[in-house]
Structures are given as C-alpha cells and as structure tokens.
Design a protein. Structure first.
Length: 207
C-alpha cells in the first residue's frame, strides 16, 4: 500500500477507512468521488490509485463491501478486496436481487453486511493501533464508533431473520470481531442506533 493515493467517497465509512490507511501506510487522499463527479488536484498513475469503499467494474484497485454481482453476467473487478466477492463469487455464486426495494430473493441475506472499515482493520490486524494511551483494549465508546458505519451491529439483533444472523456470526468469526460481543450483549439495538444518530455517523460527509 506504500506510495498509493486514495479515492474518498461521501460517507464516514470511506473517510474512517482512508484515515486508517493513511495512518498505517502513509497513503494520502488525492481524489474525492461523490458518485456524480470525481474531484482531484492532479492525476496520478492508474496503478497508484486505490478506491476506498468504492465498487467499480474496471481493473482498478479498491477496498469495498458492496454487492457487485447481482446477476450472473455482471462483471467483477479482480483487483477489488471485497469479502462478498471472495465468499460468494469465487465459490460460483452470486447475490440475487429481484429489483424491488427491500425485497430480496436467493442468498442476499447471506452477504457480509459490515463496513469497509472493519474489513480493513481486520485485514491488517490493526485494531491495536486504535488503543488510547494507557489502554490495552478498545474502550466501549471506541467499539460503538467502529460498529456504527454501515450499521454492522444490526445483524446481531436479527435472530428471526436466520440467514442474516447466521451470516453475522460467520463473518464475525472470519474477521475476528468477537471483541464487540460485550457491547452487543449489554446494549439494545435502539441504544446503538441512538448513538449513531447522536454522533451523526450515518450522515453523508462533505456534501
């Protein structure tokens, strides 16, 4: 990741992820994409650019957690680090969606529904980098902040939707996110949703 520059998108999942990549590797934000216009001061070589929380079909390096193969003929970017590609498409599957908002068929509920931020922190084993001075583990507030982008915690509170709950447990173990269980056990979904709203973590950024 050294010498890479980042494309920031318009939410805090992307922004927090960019901050982590800057801290770990010295990557600078050089582009901003609001899903309408790409802004930049100067162009960089294509192989030096990394999209963050950005799905794109072209052979372009990215980190993202989005569903990128809804239909079997949809293209997949081989340079994208995306758990939903690794776990589904590489096993000959794709996420099916019937075209109606909030109505899904097939295996949609088996997707990773967490944030790009948590994926990056897990990939680079970087949670220890977030510790406050004098602490040996994340504080409760830190955990709440990390769970808030893309509402990672929601899958824990959906036992009636067994596919989603099973997927939550599966990816929790895969990414080593059991550290959040103490907060999940002692807080309701409404309490964590209120925390999101209080700190405006779901708001669009910079727009």
């Amino acid at each position: 990741m050294e010498n890479k520059v980042l494309i920031l998108t318009n939410d805090l999942d992307s922004y927090f992820s960019c901050l982590v990549l800057r801290y770990l590797f010295g990557c600078e934000i050089a582009y901003f994409y609001d899903f309408s216009t790409l802004y930049y001061n100067r162009k960089h070589e294509r192989n030096n650019i990394v999209g963050v929380d950005l799905a794109i079909e072209e052979c372009f390096q990215t980190f993202c957690n989005h569903i990128v193969k809804i239909h079997k003929d949809d293209k997949v970017n081989p340079l994208s680090i995306n758990i939903n590609i690794a776990e589904n498409i590489h096993r000959g599957k794709f996420i099916r969606y019937n075209g109606k908002f909030n109505e899904f068929d097939g295996n949609y509920l088996s997707k990773y529904a967490g944030s790009t931020l948590l994926m990056i922190l897990s990939l680079y084993d970087a949670f220890k980098e977030l510790h406050l001075a004098g602490h040996t583990e994340l504080t409760e507030t830190q955990k709440k902040i990390l769970m808030s982008p893309d509402s990672y915690f929601l899958g824990y509170y959906l036992p009636s939707h067994w596919e989603s709950h099973i997927a939550f447990r599966k990816f929790q173990q895969l990414l080593g996110l059991e550290m959040f269980n103490d907060v999940l056990r002692t807080h309701t979904k409404q309490q964590l949703t209120s925390f999101q709203m209080m700190y405006k973590i779901l708001c669009k950024a910079f727009c």
